[in-house]
Design a protein around this ligand. Structure first.
Ligand code: ZN
Length: 194
């Protein structure tokens, strides 16, 4: 296993991706468990350490598509080159089925019009399980190609927009980047791709 594994990757439509993966590192912040990580992030914040930086700690990103380092003055983050095989073995996508059952397909008012988009694409609440699986599968594939868009970064973490294709219609879904290659769905529909 070398850090050069998977440096060049080919997407579904033959696109070539040049991906050097790194793990964002801020000292003293453990990747896991989540409760300990949160405690240490908050303690470090008392000593003036940036919560945006500590939220990125442990996250896997491709060098061509990552927040710039240093993130701010006196930033003590660094990046560690890691092999794609490691990213691939650890990465996982999670999407709570309630994103569909309790949000998208809930009712017109609560879904902010998002249910119409999904109804128009031919889905209803009975497809929630299918959509959950499909969203995770597609987002994981795209993330592993480095094919994500960096969105808002705040003290809770780095949001990603990831292309999602349903019946040939492509749009962005919204995800939170978590340590060790985990991505968690924040919103099933994050906007049309322009
Ligand atoms: Zn930093």
């Amino acid at each position: 296993m070398s850090i050069f594994d998977g440096l060049i990757q080919i997407g579904e439509n033959g696109e070539v991706f040049y991906n050097q993966w790194i793990e964002w590192d801020h000292f003293l912040i453990p990747n896991k468990p989540e409760w300990l990580r949160e405690i240490l992030r908050n303690i470090m914040a008392i000593f003036g350490h940036c919560m945006k930086c500590s939220a990125l700690d442990g996250c896997y990103l491709v060098t061509r598509n990552m927040p710039e380092q240093p993130l701010h003055e006196n930033c003590d983050c660094r990046k560690i080159n890691i092999a794609y095989t490691k990213v691939k073995s650890k990465a996982k996508a999670e999407c709570d089925i309630r994103k569909f059952t309790e949000y998208v397909f809930k009712n017109i008012k609560d879904s902010k019009g998002k249910n119409k988009i999904f109804y128009d694409l031919g889905y209803d609440i009975n497809d929630s399980q299918y959509l959950q699986n499909e969203f995770c599968k597609q987002a994981l594939n795209q993330y592993l190609l480095g094919n994500y868009v960096l969105k808002n970064l705040d003290r809770r973490g780095q949001r990603l927009a990831i292309p999602t294709n349903l019946n040939g219609t492509v749009f962005y879904s919204g995800w939170m980047l978590c340590p060790e290659g985990e991505i968690r769905n924040t919103t099933p529909f994050g906007g049309w791709i322009k």
